[in-house]
Design a binder for this molecule. Structure first.
Ligand code: 26V
Length: 808
């Protein structure tokens, strides 16, 4: 392939501006230039995608289909230019044409079609699947509105709609010719025709699913995959002739249903609300996806009998679990197979990843809703459930186990059990999490079918999360490892360990961090008007707000520090800045209270002259992928302080580590694996272990005792009740911790139990920080050992152990 020069790119941009917007470069706005850039790159990727697809077809390669209700893609312009090897040329071309490249990158909205970890993981995996040259497709919904934009008004979260498509749609290629029809409701009718039994869904509401494809370029390869996002449309515009036939209302209803399905991403994370629209979304995208896969497969092979040989369907949590009965439906009703053959194919095609052990997040749907909305799928689920139950009974002869493992029980459909029954593999996302699945959450299923259970520890796209966003560190790595080998072989980062005693390297590493902090401070000043001291420790907790993630524990420690400072203004010598970023699910009242508390505390400290140049708290509004990209390179301390056993893996922890931040954390999720690599000496570990948490729960945990015994804790909890200078009191949070409320037990997540240990860990951290050489050495070891947390490694494990597909 001939390399693309700045000049070629410049010409392409000029032409694109002209053709698509009727503008010259001099007339175009930043937004138009961003879209023109996207279109130019999209054209290049589209060509390669056709070639990739043709090659896979010729080779009859096995295809991976990655189904997820969420893909938290973030911005794509810099990423695609980077992967296509065009970033320097694009920058130059933009500047030549009179634009500031940084402004063009900055104007792109995040494609925020996800809540947090689960959605971002899917985005990282698309990059790796493509880079590893795996023929893979991602599938999701083309939500009109992504995760809400967060504003903080008088300390409180306000949600605004995230209209990302105005500029973001430049990446999308509608493929109306590949539209699928998805049917809801109606009745199931069986009839015989010429000796064949036919099953049809009559009087159903039909919604059209129109694919909008987003091209995904890999790094260092011509391979291009696709993220297929389904848009919902009504079958036809409301037809007035239906009116006279009394069908007008039905038509109007269909249109209303179609319009709402792809409207908005559900903003709950780790909490299920059994809303019928959510179930419609799930079936809509599952059915459209499977029909399109089946159509392509049949076109190529003329049969569905070898479906499992040529396709593997990975489902991201249980949200796409309806693939199991839907594939059964297609194989039985459309392809004419009998039950056993269809079941054999289905159970060799689908694999399930679990991402949470929180019981409130395990999906259960009311049977009445499934029955009403998806009558044929319901019949199939019932039959799957009946057969599974018989198998369990025959194996265990234990009614308790029968109940626990049931798919349909007590008027509910339990999606996780459906996935275990209908899948060939079930995996957790970190070593600890996968063990908990086997020992606890899915214990009985593991006892019956142990071969299905695996672990694949999560990983992140290290090209985006290190090389692209942290050019200073990327430069150092290239110098020390002798080039850019680490981009495709992340384990090459290990070589950095050799420089642990090289003073000049450690100093350079420190200088890079200092420059990144200054850059972040400048960005924060410009975009939010907050003043950050780049000489303070940047101590960061950014993630969704949830009680189990224990942002409140972080707050309690800061209150303790603040009170210490009241007693002795010289208690802190090293300036310390605590940064928070977190969205709360709109219906999660406690989470919203904690956001308000962080803002109350920030305001209090801000207005107290004692704290000047010593202590600062900042709540960063609207935390999202593009903000994380600014923040990770500037962070020094990574707060990963969830109650042990609750965080399935975490992936933010990996991003911090790769950018040289040191972790203050519990032995939870992938922190355990980080600790295995780093040892006690390179991270600040504290708190109860997962088994100790369980033991304490069994023995009876009484947080009040700790409150009565520990005067520091006592005083800091009392501060919640007294409230802050803004006049807001947090008696509700105090009550929750000491007495429990609304059905949840006192201090459900063991903050008080870990409080002292946490304060000590923070103290050790701050003391270590005084010795910058020691700090930088620890930081270097963190970067050096972060290679295993590359998504390339994780995807290769999926490919080898679950999908059985070859890869680069
Ligand atoms: C559940 C629900 C329930 C219905 C409404 C929408 C919704 C959205 C998400 C979820 C489950 C979220 C589970 C999740 O995000 N888990 C996170 O997955 C990360 C990637 O594996 C992992 O690093 C985090 O530890 C885990 O919390």
């Amino acid at each position: 392939m001939t390399p693309i020069t700045t000049q070629t790119l410049e010409n392409a941009l000029t032409a694109k501006l002209m053709v698509s917007f009727g503008k010259t470069a001099a007339e175009a706005t930043d937004g138009e230039m961003m879209r023109a850039s996207a279109l130019v790159l999209r054209d290049m990727m589209a060509l390669r995608e056709v070639e990739t697809r043709q090659k896979a077809r010729q080779q009859h390669a096995r295809q991976v289909h990655y189904l997820s209700l969420e893909f938290l893609m973030g911005r794509s312009l810099m990423k695609n230019a980077y992967n296509l090897g065009l970033l320097p040329q694009l920058r130059e071309a933009l500047e030549h044409l009179g634009f500031k490249a940084a402004d063009i990158f900055e104007i792109e909205p995040d494609a925020a079609l996800g809540n947090g970890g689960l959605g971002r993981l899917a985005a990282c995996y698309l990059d790796s699947m493509t880079t590893l040259e795996i023929p893979a497709t991602g599938y999701s919904i083309c939500y009109e509105l992504g995760i809400f934009k967060q504003k903080i008004v008088e300390g409180q979260q306000v949600e605004l709609p995230d209209n990302w498509k105005d500029l973001g749609a430049a990446w999308l290629m509608p493929k109306p010719a590949e539209t699928q029809e998805v049917r809801f409701g109606g009745t199931v009718r069986e009839f015989w025709d010429n000796g064949h039994l036919h099953i049809v869904n009559e009087d159903a509401t039909v919604v059209q699913a129109v694919p909008c494809d987003m091209e995904i370029a890999g790094y260092g390869t011509e391979h291009v995959n696709v993220l297929r996002l389904w848009d919902a449309r009504s079958t036809q515009p409301v037809d007035m002739s239906l009116f006279s036939r009394g069908e007008y209302l039905k038509a109007a209803e269909d249109e209303a249903m179609a319009e709402t399905i792809a409207k908005v991403l559900y903003p709950e994370d780790n909490h299920l609300e059994g809303k019928s629209l959510r179930l419609k979304q799930q079936y809509f995208f599952v059915s459209a996806t499977l029909q399109s896969i089946a159509a392509k497969h049949t076109e190529l092979y003329g049969t569905m009998k070898n479906f499992h040989e040529k396709n593997v369907i990975q489902i991201n949590d249980t949200h796409p679990a309806l693939v199991i009965p839907e594939l059964m439906r297609i194989l039985i009703d459309d392809a004419g197979m009998d039950w056993d053959e269809a079941w054999d194919i289905t159970t060799r095609s689908v694999a399930y990843t679990n991402h949470t052990v929180l019981s409130e997040a395990l999906e259960r749907w009311p049977q009445s809703l499934v029955e009403f909305l998806l009558p044929r799928v319901w019949q199939i689920i019932l039959e799957i459930s009946r057969r599974w139950q018989k198998k369990v009974e025959d194996f265990y002869h234990d009614p308790k186990k029968t109940e626990k493992m049931a798919i349909v029980w007590g008027g509910q459909v339990r999606m996780a059990n459906l996935c275990i029954a209908g899948g060939m593999a079930v995996n957790g996302v970190s070593g600890l999490h996968s063990e908990i699945l086997k020992k606890d959450v899915f214990r009985d299923a593991y006892g019956m079918e142990p071969w299905k259970f695996r672990n694949v520890t999560n990983g992140i796209d290290h090209r985006r999360w290190l090389s692209e966003i942290n050019p200073g560190l990327d430069g150092l790595i290239r110098d020390l490892t002798g080039g850019d080998d680490y981009l495709l072989h992340p384990q090459a980062l290990k070589k950095l360990d050799d420089y642990a005693d090289d003073a000049s390297v450690l100093e350079r590493l420190g200088a890079i961090k200092r420059a990144n902090k200054a850059a972040f401070a400048a960005h924060a000043k410009k975009t939010r008007g907050v003043e950050l001291n780049p000489d303070a420790i940047f101590d960061v907790q950014v993630k969704r707000l949830h009680e189990y993630k224990r942002q409140l524990l972080n707050v309690l420690h800061i209150i303790a520090l603040y009170q210490k400072l009241q007693d002795d203004p010289n208690a802190i010598t090293q300036p310390h800045t605590f940064l928070f970023g977190a969205k709360a699910a709109p219906g999660y009242a406690v989470a919203k209270r904690i956001i308000r508390l962080i803002n109350s505390l920030a305001d209090q400290i801000d207005h107290d002259p004692i704290c000047r140049d010593k202590l600062q708290v900042v709540f960063l509004e609207n935390y999202r992928v593009s903000l994380a990209e600014q923040l990770m390179p500037a962070s020094e301390v990574s707060q990963q302080i969830s109650t042990a056993g609750k965080e399935a893996s975490g992936t933010g922890n990996m991003k911090f580590m790769m950018n040289g931040a040191l972790t203050v954390g519990t032995l939870d999720g992938a922190n355990v694996e980080m600790h295995d690599l780093l040892g006690d000496e390179n991270m600040f570990l504290f708190g109860l272990r997962a088994d100790e948490v369980e033991q304490l729960k069994r023995e009876g945990y009484v947080p009040q005792r700790l409150y009565n015994r520990d005067p520091v804790l006592h005083r800091c909890l009392d501060a919640l009740r007294t409230g802050f200078r803004d006049g807001v009191r947090y008696d509700d949070l105090y009550q929750r911790l000491l007495f429990g409320a609304g059905g949840s037990p006192a201090d459900e997540y063991f903050l008080l139990a870990d409080f002292q240990a946490y304060c000590q860990a923070e103290k050790r951290m701050a003391e270590t920080y005084r010795d910058q050489t020691a700090w930088n050495r620890m930081s270097l070891h963190n970067i050096a050992r972060s290679g295993v947390f590359a998504a390339d490694r994780a995807v290769a494990e999926y490919a080898d152990n679950i999908w059985h597909v070859p890869h680069k």
